[in-house]
Design a protein. Sequence first.
Length: 262
Amino acid sequence: MARKALGRGLEALLPSGEEIREIPISEIHHSSLQPRREIKNLDELVRSIKQKGILQPVLLRKSKEGYELVYGHRRFEAAKLAGLEKIPAVIRELSDREVLELAIIENVQREDLNPIEEALAYKKLIQEFGLTQEEIAQRVGKDRSTIANKLRLLSLPEEAKKALMEGKITEGHARALLGIKSEEKRKKVLQEILTGKKTVREVERKAKARDPHIKALEDELSSYLGTKVRIVKGRKKGKIEIEFYSLDELDRLLELIKGEER
């Protein structure tokens, strides 16, 4: 299936010819479906709005309180800071699922979400709206493996997730931490990262100190199934762990394992 073209801004998401209206800022509120927790670095955009105005309308849908902001959160916040009383907007009827999809597309394209916010947004699409990882990948223009890797970050302990959200550790650090299964060892390594004693490569080496044959099998299975696979080898027995995030995803995996065509 061809991946949807993204990255062209609001024009790619709105039909041509929709009416643009001037809406009072006081009647607009943020959507509860907005995945971004905070908006930073607006100074340059505020200056631009003061000089040239808003060149691209925001997207709204009607709500009981007035209008819900769907797309254009940075412009909306910058407009308030610039002292504008009204903002150009397109108003459209949208479902909650469409609102969340558009918000995610906007933020992912502009890299406005930290990795945990992005993962939580994908999780919401899966759990509340029934999308598969493949469908999400098509909507945001990423590989399914990228979506799966983002979702895996949610299995980190709270302290590590908080550090990642605050930019105290990198996503590379976080992925490397996922390879350390001992909770006690993971906490120790996290503290070493936070104090600057461990680089990403050092954490990865610590996590990958395993049987290379087992690791190769894991990689082969992960590539085939399109999700994280871990082989746990014991003295007398072992097990294979396969990650999934929805019943639809489980069905897809079962079909692959059985060798069935979708």
